[in-house]
Design a protein around this ligand. Sequence first.
Ligand SMILES: *Cc1c(COP(=O)(O)O)cnc(C)c1O
Length: 401
Amino acid sequence: MDAAEFPAVTDAPGRLSFLPFSRPSLGEEEVQAVVECLRSGWITTGPRTREFEERFAAYTGARHALAVTSGTAAEHLALLALGIGPGDEIVTSPMTWVSTVSVAELVGARPVFVDVEPGTHNLDPGGLRAAITARTRAILPVHFAGLPCDMDPIREAAAERGIPVIEDAAHAAGAAYKGRPVGSLSLLTLFSFHPIKNLTTGEGGMITTDDPDLAKRIRLLRFHGITRDSWQRQGAGAGAAYEVLLPGFKYNLTDIQSAIGLVQLARLDALNERRALLARRYLESLDGLEEIRLPVSDAPYPARHAWHLFTILVDVDRLTLDRFGFMEAMKAENVGTGLHFLAVHLQPYYRDRYGFRPGDFPEAERVSERVVSLPLFPGMTEADVDDVARAVKKVVRTHRR
Ligand SMILES: *Cc1c(COP(=O)(O)O)cnc(C)c1O
């Protein structure tokens, strides 16, 4: 056969099938758990959610775990339970999903940002004291990509001023800081069970706390402000009466979702180990490539990384394409990528409302312009990782300045 009949090798994508950036790890066990729940006759919040909360509390070492409809709802309730509202300030980093900030905005509080550390993209504890004012009512560190923030200096700065810490652990289910599971370190911790997260229930979230009064308030706020949910009122021997103690939300997680969550929680450590193994393979295969910066894998303090994301920084100054161009070129190689995150303070709403400008948080902005999340999910094979690494090298090679 004539060689001219074949397309030039460099023009063909390195993979024949598209590799998505993320895919939930759901198997037959999750399917069976949902089927059993559907057949049981009870599908909204009930015994499975109760059990999911108990097991999640035991897993994280927190006294209370409260299941809700999303990580965003979890944060909303955490802020409301602390009585945070108009005139108050919360401190967080701009390198996060918008919900961390918009929920504060929605309760009337003002977001105050601290820049991120180079390397980890976590809130820089060194900048924290300068951001705290007499109005600061909560500090919200975000464990970027699943690597826990350095919590000791954050907790010290908070404790000096008597300010509660709410951890955004949406990326960090299964992570640990200095031997303690994330979820047991601060007054409140919130988790997300969105499909891309390390543990998923389709959509869902959890709040952990040791504080019984906060737990009680969150329980009320999550379900119409009434003292007992449907399960408690309709169970055998239960009375039908209820009392409304405050106007509340409809943020309860269903038993269908909790049925999935119970299976996922039992698999979480194994799923995270698989993520860590794939991440190590990326680190080895992409080592030494000058046009990209690899993520920090080890903190200078003991920490268990949940490896929610594998993010690289693309050195746009050395390439003829920008980050979006890089993502497009990866797509042409049949590799999906993600964007985590665009710096929140430069989003139009926050820029216009508070007058933020480029240069305000330079490290977050540097990351925001260069960051790309490569595919990372437990169902990936080692060969998939190798395909992605090969695609990264090819894109870099083709677009060097
Ligand atoms: C996913 C995510 C959230 C919100 O979780 P949802 O369940 O989608 O509401 C909050 N913070 C961060 C950092 C996230 O990645």
